[in-house]
Structures are given as C-alpha cells and as structure tokens.
Design a protein around this ligand. Structure first.
Ligand code: PLP
Length: 379
C-alpha cells in the first residue's frame, strides 16, 4: 500500500516499518542479523548495504517508522536512550552553553555533570515551566536547549510553543525528550522543536525487554547528518534483532497508549481522593499546575503519575513494598504496572522529594489496580 503523510498514527504504526518486503512477500518483515552484505561484480554501489554498523534493513525500517510517528524528516536509532542524548550533547561545539530543565531525567543530567567539562561545554539548569526565568537563563553562547514535558519524575509541564519560540529567537536548537509524552500524545516538531529524543526502552518498546533510543529530526540538516555520523562512527547502534522487535512492538503502540492514558487518568483520580496522599502530579488532573497547557499540547495525559505520601522516606518505601500486582522496579512504559520510591534510585543531586512514589501505570484491569492500591496504601 502507498503511505501518505496524511495517514493516522494507528495506520503508520502498523505499516510504516514494512518498506523492505521480502521475496516471500511475508506480512511480518524478515529479521536480517547479518553483519555484512555481499557486493556485486562492480563493488559496492551507492545505497547498498555494506556493514551493519553503517546500516541494516531492520534499522532502516525502525528509523522509517519513528520518523513518521514524530512527523520529522529523519531518524537516527541508538542502542539506548542515553546514547541518543549523548549524541546530541557531543554534537554541540566546544565553548557552547546548554540549557537544561531543573527536573530532567537524572541520567541525561549526569552526562553533563560527568563529561561537560571534558567536552568544554557549559550547562545550567532552569525551571522551564516559568517562561520569564527561562528567557533570562540564556547566555550569548547558548546553542542547545533540552526540554522534557511531562518531566521525569515530577510531571512538570513546559509550554512547548512558547518556550521553543523563545529559544529560536535566541538562536538555540531545541531537543525535546518525548519519552513520557510519546508520539501518541504529543509531536514536539509540530510546536517547532528541531529534535525529538526517545528512550524507546519505554512506551515504544512497551514490554520491558528492549533497550533503545532515537533522535528524530525536523530537518535532515547538517546537525542531523552529524548525529548520523556519530551513530556510524561511534557505534552505539541497536542490534538488528532489537530493531526488528521494536518495529514489531510499535505496531500495537497507539492502542497500548490509549489504554495507558485511560488507566492513569482513573488512578490519578483515585489517588487524589486518598487520605494518605498529599499531592498527585498528573497533568490530566484539573487541579494540576500545568493542566491547561498540557491540554493544549497533549492528546492524552500519559501513563506516568508521581505522588507524595503523607510520611517520610521509610514510610514511603513501606507503601511501595506493600503492593501485590504493581511490581517494584524502575523504568516505565511497559504493559505491567511498576512503581518505585524514586529518590533511592536517583543520583545525589536529585531534587526529588523523599516521599515521592513514581508510578508507571500498566494495562492490567483498572479494578485490580485500584484494589492493589487500596491494600498498599491502607483503606
Ligand atoms: C529512560 C529514560 C531515558 C534514558 O533512556 P535509556 O533507554 O534508559 O538509556 C531518558 N529520558 C527519559 C525521560 C527516560 O525515561
């Protein structure tokens, strides 16, 4: 079938990975684990596959579907989300300043803490939900801005359109970590983002069994080509098997995401009314600070919730220990519900409160989840 840009996300997710049909005309694409490819009598020709670190049919399929899901012009897939973020940071010229949100995925912040000085780049963090503070944080050498909305783990909402406008007026590129929102709920490129970053280990993979990352670019410009060069020459590439499995998982992603949105919405409402919970961070709640902005830039509010317990570090850990269906683990975006006492899994510079539980709402029946929550929280 022909693939038009006007197709809807459910159709793109199912068909956009299928361009390289096999001779057998298989419905599911073949996995091509080969590390190298034979050339014809004339030697390798332009566009031929040569070596899997450079390119591989399964990686092409994955990059193709991700490009379309995020409405960009190109995609570069990596072996983890953090390898994707690393490629963006490494691509910034020496002497530049990078502006990051105060509440940023701790591993992304750790990259700059550990390597920023060696790379000779400066960085600083700002509350990106406050546009005045955000604008004031730019320096004459600010070349890159990272945004994350909803943020991890506080679920803070940043106004994409306005903040990207400000960044552009200052001549900085914007990369949005869209792991929490997912391309089902938000397409940052529609709000002017230059780059969209994903940990595909989360909702896109959806089954807690693939580690991966990607950068989708609004334009196949020089910055994008350079990220492609980092992928090929530094070699943090996903295996053909992981690309194949991820492309397979993406076929059901839009429907999984609908269900994550719905289960999380109901759980946020339940938590909000519970006596042991003093605050629920979920952009779908009308009472949440970023609700109106979220409603203007998100189709659904996602499957992630964080909430504060009326209690201390130990009491919070005890609640997390009391679940039977919800499993105690880090990471997110899988079909199974997971929660964790977040501070104990973050680095020391974290601003996460000691009584915060981060909850990745899965696709179990809502009644079973609520029952489990009642047991763990105490009725
Ligand atoms: C998990 C995560 C990452 C890092 O991705 P990995 O695949 O674990 O390397 C980056 N950003 C966010 C928001 C994440 O949740």
């Amino acid at each position: 079938m022909t693939k038009k840009e006007s197709q809807n996300i459910e159709t793109i997710a199912i068909h956009a990975g299928m361009e390289h049909g096999s001779k057998a005309r298989s419905i599911s694409p073949p996995m091509e684990p080969s590390t190298n490819f034979e050339h014809d009598e004339r030697g390798y020709q332009e566009g031929d596959y040569i070596y899997t670190r450079d390119s591989n049919p399964n990686r092409d399929q994955l990059e193709n579907v991700l490009t379309k899901l995020e409405k960009g012009e190109g995609c570069v897939a990596f072996s983890s989300g953090i390898a994707a973020m690393n490629a963006v940071f490494m691509n910034v010229r020496k002497g530049s300043h990078i502006l990051i949100p105060e509440d940023l995925y701790h591993g992304s912040r750790a990259l700059l803490e550990k390597f920023g000085e060696r790379w000779s780049v400066e960085y600083s963090s700002v509350d990106t939900t406050n546009l005045e503070k955000f604008e004031a944080a730019f320096r004459s050498n600010t070349k890159l801005v990272i945004l994350e909305t909803p943020s991890n783990p506080l679920l803070l909402i940043t106004d994409l359109k306005k903040s990207i406008q400000i960044a552009k007026s200052k001549g900085a590129k914007v990369c949005v970590d869209n792991t929490f929102a997912t391309p089902f709920n938000t397409n940052p490129i529609e709000f002017g983002a230059d780059l969209v970053m994903h940990s595909t280990s989360k909702y896109l993979g959806g089954h807690s069994d693939i580690l991966g990352g990607a950068i989708v670019s609004a334009k196949t410009d020089e910055f994008f080509q350079q990220i492609k060069t980092i992928q090929k020459s530094q070699g943090a590439v996903p295996s053909p098997r992981d690309c194949w499995l991820l492309t397979r998982s993406i076929r059901s992603f839009p429907y999984r995401m609908r269900a994550h949105n719905e289960n999380a919405r109901q759980i946020a409402k339940f938590l909000k009314a519970h006596s042991r919970v003093i605050q629920v961070n979920y952009p779908g709640l009308k009472s949440s600070a970023g609700h109106e902005i979220a409603a203007s830039q998100m189709k659904g509010f996602g499957g992630m919730i964080s909430f504060l317990i009326d209690g201390d570090y130990d009491e919070t850990l005890k609640i997390v220990a009391g679940s039977k269906v919800i499993r105690r683990a880090t990471s997110l975006g899988g079909i199974e519900s997971l929660w964790e006492h977040r501070l104990s899994s973050e680095s020391e510079s974290s601003i996460t409160p000691e009584n915060l539980i981060r909850f990745s709402v899965g696709l179990e029946h809502i009644d079973d989840l609520i029952h489990d929550l009642k047991g763990a929280l105490g009725k």
